[in-house]
Ligand binder design. Structure first.
Ligand code: PEP
Ligand code: MG
Length: 892
């Protein structure tokens, strides 16, 4: 049998259905489906998207058999409608519509009223006893055909309309009378001539030109851009299908009209019908926004029967599709026709409410509900967002001055401040945005005081990005086009100067930076329906979800968001508090072990109290504490005054202090003396930290009966001997303290895996460790050789040139870094079946990365507190998808 390319629908016959979206497009498939379930749609046929694929693969030609198939279906359509294509007395008119498997609203072409010409227009006038209607339809068709199919600038048609209206001094298109419409038709035809184009009188010619145009629109700029923005890879769809549908007219008088509607409210998700209706109008009038539509109640006045029927259809559609629908309809002389149905686009809030409500209404099961909400939507509900209209206004007013990397989601408006200390104090009184070339540990208090952070340098795992995400604060980083002039307290960007105190608005979800204020909308928080949905997600997911938290406040936030433990506590972050940094600096500048131990003795009780507070917050849940990680120079003061004071405190000369600071400088500190290397050189530092951890646990068990199982983690191990060396110090220190205390306390010793060598030799390291935590920030840095802090300079260029598909600091690089995670997990678990494996790099909160590590089979992800809810949902979705994938594979 010859291959079928055209599928008919109408009058009770449907050759396709909803499951054929790939070849019929969403529109064609759903029109057929509606016919199947007895809903009234105007008859028509759909040309398969396979033809679109063929068209582009064969120099824009069609398979030879297509013509006959289209003709045959045209005859069927004539039979179904009782009209004839091109007939002067009883003409069949059609619309030619686009529609791909994934809806791309408004991106591709549609032509209405096709089949009209100088003769059929007379027939239409006679048949409807409405000459005005017939000529209005005709001029609309000539205009649309010229614009869409032949590329004549639509402004030129508008100019002709204006000329006709000006003659009689009328304003609205609807005020044009028959003779004016006839004049317009003539003017349009002349316009075609002037443009060197011909308006085809032959309906068959019209049809094929229109079909060409719709297939051609698959590759127009708008459609390509839409696919790019929405991450729809080229080649993932065959193309667009073309549906040829018999016309029904909403502009036949006061008993006709057209509208669009949602089966629930798309902005809140409430179960109330929502829509717009225009009496005596065609669909394009609604879209064009020339007249203000009424709400759906307007339809009741036009036809109570059509209104009741529409509401009945809403119920049928929701029950059938088991999702909220977005429909287009037309009422012709009181009879209702559905022109389209599709699953409705909705806000994050509506997505969650509709999913949860539909489970309660027994329309869908919990798993379907979980799959209906995207992790991004959860993110939106947890952070402030710009008011959509205000943001649109700001864009229209050209207030967007630059973009950077969208490093931490949310939106913020505030006055520009260049100094972190100032941000910390001023931020208590009014909203501020902290603008820095980049941030460092010294800026943390200022970051906490600011509404948002903007930096000129740095990538997605730079200090500013990681810390902002941890705080749930919006940040745009690596906005390379801005030049920060700290001295004059201003920055310049693309010819604009922004001074301290000027208002600035930044969007950490998109990376946009705006001048002036933009109203923000408060987040919903984790309550109600979202909490319910996430509870369902918890019942489904295999992966554990922990958090990266360094303070008791972080820990509390994360626990409220559902974290099941702490996967990474970066202990050095505590060193920067004002009451301890002097002692830390004394330790760094100490010459002898004794001096260093003296300084460490001052820090130890403070660290112990920190750990106690964190353990208390986590109330028995596991807490992984990492020993000191960054190179020591990060703790040094930068300004002369503090350095001089430090010299005085330590009884050293200023020159001596400068010399020692210089000695600590490294060319490549990220690969230098840090992590376990530092701990091996100065074992007294980890010893102090272990004492603080174990003592904190002992006291809590004794005093507050809180069960604590500390997990002590060694960073940056690349060779098993590094871990062996430190493990001995850790266990010796810990066991002694435990023995002295007389309490029963178990603790674990494990390592980060963030150096490729550690992953590759995981069968050696796994024998010495009780747990692994993949530090995929450093592992990405060390595997690719891209600096975490400096790669912002070229990563965008790399992405644009297609060198790499995604930013590997955002989404785990499956083939390289992911492969190391797989090897490390497999080798580690093989030698040590009890080995617990997690991931604590920023990827732990990224939905795509979560899928990768879930498939590898690690035990948990750990991410910043504000990403915990996202990780819970993403992990559940991953479990569901993996199950489906595996069961499909088994069936094969
Ligand atoms: C990592 O490297 O992935 C990690 C979690 O550690 P940090 O970001 O502190 O280097
Ligand atoms: Mg690291």
């Amino acid at each position: 049998m010859a291959k079928k390319y055209v599928y008919f629908f109408g009058n009770g016959v449907a050759e396709g259905g909803a499951e054929m979206k790939d070849i019929l497009g969403g529109k064609g498939a759903n029109l057929a489906e509606m016919v199947k379930i007895g809903i009234s749609v105007p008859p028509g046929f759909t040309i398969s998207a396979e033809i679109c694929d063929y068209y582009y693969k064969h120099s824009k030609t069609y398979p030879p058999e297509l013509k006959a198939e289209v003709e045959e279906n045209m005859r069927r359509l004539e039979k179904a409608t009782g009209k004839k294509f091109g007939d002067a007395k009883n003409p069949l008119l059609v619309s030619v519509r686009s529609g791909a498997a994934v809806s791309m609203p408004g991106m591709m072409d549609t032509i209405l009223n096709l089949g009209l010409n100088d003769e059929t227009v007379l027939g239409l006038a006679k048949l409807t006893s409405n000459e005005r209607f017939a000529y209005d339809s005709y001029r609309r068709f000539i205009q649309m055909f010229g614009d869409v199919a032949l590329g004549i600038d639509h402004n030129k048609f508008e100019k002709e309309i204006e000329a006709v209206k000006a003659k009689r001094g009328i304003k609205l298109d609807t005020e044009m009378n028959v003779s004016e419409l006839k004049e317009l038709v003539e003017r349009y035809k002349n316009l075609y001539k002037k443009e060197g184009k011909e308006f085809p009188q032959d309906p068959n010619k019209q049809l094929w030109i229109a079909i060409d145009a719709v297939f051609g629109s698959w590759m127009n700029k708008r459609a390509i851009e839409y696919r790019r923005i929405n991450k729809i890879p080229e080649g993932s769809m065959l193309g667009t299908a073309v549906s040829v549908v018999s016309m029904v007219f909403g502009n036949m008088g006061d008993d006709s009209g057209t509208g669009v509607a949602f089966t629930r409210d798309p902005s809140t998700g409430e179960k109330r019908r929502y829509g717009e209706f225009l009496r005596n109008a065609q669909g394009e009038d609604v879209v064009a926004g020339i007249r203000t539509p009424e709400d759906l109640e307007g339809l009741k006045k036009v036809s109570k029967e059509a209104y009741d029927e529409l509401y009945r259809i809403f119920d049928i559609l929701e029950k059938h599709y088991k999702d909220m629908q977005d429909v287009e309809f037309t009422v012709e002389h009181g009879k209702l026709y559905m022109l389209q149905t599709r699953s409705a686009k909705r806000t994050a809030r509506a997505a969650v409410k509709v999913a949860v409500d539909m489970v309660k209404e027994k329309l869908i099961d919990k798993k379907t509900a979980i799959m209906r909400v995207t992790p991004d939507q959860v993110d939106q509900l947890l952070h402030p967002m710009f008011d959509t209209n205000e943001k649109k206004k700001a864009i229209a007013e050209k207030r967007m001055i630059t973009t950077g990397l969208a490093a931490s989601p949310g939106a913020a408006t505030g006055k520009v401040v260049f100094d972190a200390d100032k941000a910390a104090t001023l931020g208590k009184k009014e909203p501020v945005i902290l603008v820095r070339p980049e941030t460092s540990a010294e800026d943390v208090a200022g970051m906490a005081g600011a509404e948002g952070i903007l930096t000129a340098r740095g990538g997605r795992t730079s200090h500013a990005a990681v810390v902002a995400r941890g705080m749930g604060k919006c940040a745009v980083v690596g906005a390379e086009s801005i030049n920060v002039d700290d001295e004059h307290k201003l920055f310049t960007v693309n010819g604009v100067t922004v001074k301290e105190g000027d208002w600035l608005s930044i969007d950490g979800t998109t990376g946009e930076v705006f001048l002036g204020q933009i109203k923000t909308i408060k987040p919903e928080g984790l309550e109600g329906d979202l909490a319910t949905l996430l509870k369902w997600a918890d019942q489904v997911r295999r992966l554990g979800v922990r958090t990266n938290a360094n303070t008791p406040t972080d820990a509390r936030v994360a626990r409220e968001f559902g974290a099941e433990g702490i996967g990474l506590c970066r202990t050095e972050r505590m060193f920067f508090a004002n009451d301890r940094i002097p002692a830390v600096r004394q330790m760094i500048f100490s010459n002898t072990r004794e001096q260093r131990e003296k300084a460490l003795d001052k820090i130890m009780p403070m660290q112990k109290e920190d750990f106690k507070a964190i353990f208390r917050e986590m109330n028995g849940k596991p807490v992984t504490i990492r020993l000191i990680d960054p190179p020591l120079h990060e703790f040094l003061p930068q300004d002369e005054e503090t350095l001089k004071q430090l010299a005085k405190d330590m009884g050293l000369s200023y020159e001596e202090i400068l010399d020692r600071a210089a000695a600590l400088k490294e060319f490549n500190p990220m690969l230098g003396h840090r992590g376990c290397r530092l701990e091996i050189t100065y074992p007294e530092i980890p010893t102090m930290q272990v004492k603080a951890i174990i003592q904190a646990a002992i006291e809590l068990i004794k005093e507050e009966k809180i069960n604590v199982i500390p997990e002590i983690m060694v960073p940056l191990v690349g060779h098993v001997n590094e871990l062996k060396f430190l493990k001995e110090i850790i266990t010796k220190t810990a066991d002694e303290l435990i023995k002295q205390s007389g309490v029963k306390l178990t603790y674990l010793v494990g390592t980060m895996v963030e150096i490729p060598r550690a992953a590759v030799t995981a069968d050696q390291i796994g024998k010495e460790a009780q747990f692994f935590s993949f530090g995929t920030n450093d592992l990405t840095q060390t595997t690719f050789g891209y600096s975490r802090d400096d790669s912002g300079k070229f990563l965008n260029d790399y992405l644009e040139k297609g060198i790499i598909p995604v930013d590997p600091f955002k989404t785990l690089d499956k083939d390289g870094v992911g492969e190391l995670v797989r090897i490390g997990t497999k080798k580690g678990k093989k030698v040590n079946p009890h080995l617990e494996v997690g991931i604590c790099g920023e990827h732990g909160g990224d939905p795509d990365s979560i899928k990768i590590v879930d498939e590898i089979g690690i035990d948990y992800v750990s991410c910043s507190p504000y990403r915990v809810p996202i990780a819970r949902l993403a992990a559940a979705q991953s479990t569901i998808e993996l199950k489906e994938k595996r069961s499909k594979k088994n069936k094969k």
